[in-house]
Design a protein around this ligand. Structure first.
Ligand code: FES
Ligand code: FES
Length: 153
């Protein structure tokens, strides 16, 4: 039995050391907002925040987690997340939705690091998240819109 810091709460969990965090989130804790795509670190669907940086839950074994702050799509908050969610709705970014939790989590981590990202910054931060619906242009536009809303006038 151990404890994880998830979305600002201490959560008791019981899992083998090599169990990926993604399984614990989805199967043990019922937090299915973080998606399972490939399970091998190539689709990005399982993107979460670990101490404020984007990370892959399928590539994060329980043994690697100690006091890190884990944030998932269910608990992501703050000005960047708010601006991004508003831009996502405004520009109608979502198609099937499967990759979109990950897109938002990666975009949020990017804006925290780089409040005014260039296209190249966005491509570098987002390119490992596969969207089979091809929403990439709208994702990029929404990140720019959210960044612009956050800039002082
Ligand atoms: S499910 Fe984690 S990268 Fe694909
Ligand atoms: S919106 Fe369908 S996979 Fe990205």
């Amino acid at each position: 039995m151990g404890s994880l810091n998830i979305n600002g709460r201490a959560v008791a969990v019981q899992a083998e050391p090599d169990m990926p965090l993604l399984w614990v989130l989805r199967c043990d804790l019922g937090m299915t907002g973080t998606k399972f795509g490939c399970g091998v670190g190539i689709c990005g669907a399982c993107t979460i925040h670990l101490d404020g940086k984007a990370g892959l839950a399928c590539q994060t074994p329980m043994s690697s987690l100690h006091s890190q702050k884990i944030v998932t799509i269910e608990g992501v908050q703050g000005a960047e997340a708010q601006a991004l969610k508003a831009a996502w709705i405004d520009l109608d970014v979502v198609q099937c939705g499967y990759c979109q939790s990950a897109q938002l989590m990666a975009a949020c981590a990017l804006l925290k690091q780089k409040p005014n990202p260039t296209d190249a910054d966005i491509d570098a931060a987002m390119s490992n998240i596969v969207c089979r619906c091809g929403t990439y242009p709208r994702v990029r536009a929404a990140i720019h819109q959210a960044a612009a809303k956050r800039r002082p006038v």
